[in-house]
Design a protein around this ligand. Structure first.
Ligand SMILES: [Zn+2]
Ligand SMILES: [Zn+2]
Length: 154
């Protein structure tokens, strides 16, 4: 990680899981779906694919994602404090001939593991915005552009 004085206030972006998915849980109906991060534009508003509830994307974070972000945030905060403490020591003893303080390049705290999203039986590619998303059985609209889902008739 680059040294950055604003590290505590930076936005923490949620990375996709190993399969490239980001999970969403509707704050209204509490049902779960996931989207392929590479096809998601990162829009601030997301629609629930099941009930159509529209809200800020942060409101759709799953419990596992919130937990992950907390652990990442805590790690960054600790690293920031550690860096500030070293800066302070270096400043304090800069002109001292008796004490020599060198900044130790400490390794970053081990990054918490990104939890994998749950398996879902159905997957759809939106005909309008090309979002790829997975859901269980009754998706109604695209989470990104709210285009109605065309159910495939087999
Ligand atoms: Zn919903
Ligand atoms: Zn769409």
């Amino acid at each position: 990680m680059m040294s950055n004085d604003n590290i505590i206030t930076m936005q923490i972006a949620l990375p996709p899981d190993a399969a490239g998915f980001i999970g969403f849980e509707c704050p209204s109906c509490h049902r779960y779906f996931k989207v392929v991060a590479a096809t998601f534009t990162g829009s601030a508003e997301v629609n629930c694919t099941y009930c159509g509830h529209e809200d800020e994307s942060e409101k759709f974070l799953t419990e596992a994602e919130v937990d992950y972000l907390k652990r990442v945030g805590a790690g960054n905060a600790i690293e920031q404090l550690h860096g500030q403490f070293q800066d302070m020591l270096v400043d304090t003893f800069r002109n001292s001939s008796n004490v020599k303080v060198t900044r130790k390049q400490h390794s970053s705290p081990t990054a918490p593991t990104r939890p994998n999203e749950r398996e879902l039986p159905q997957q759809n590619t939106c005909s309008k915005c090309a979002l790829v998303y997975a859901f269980d059985s009754e998706a109604k609209i695209c989470p990104q552009c709210s285009t109605p889902v065309v159910q495939a008739n087999l």
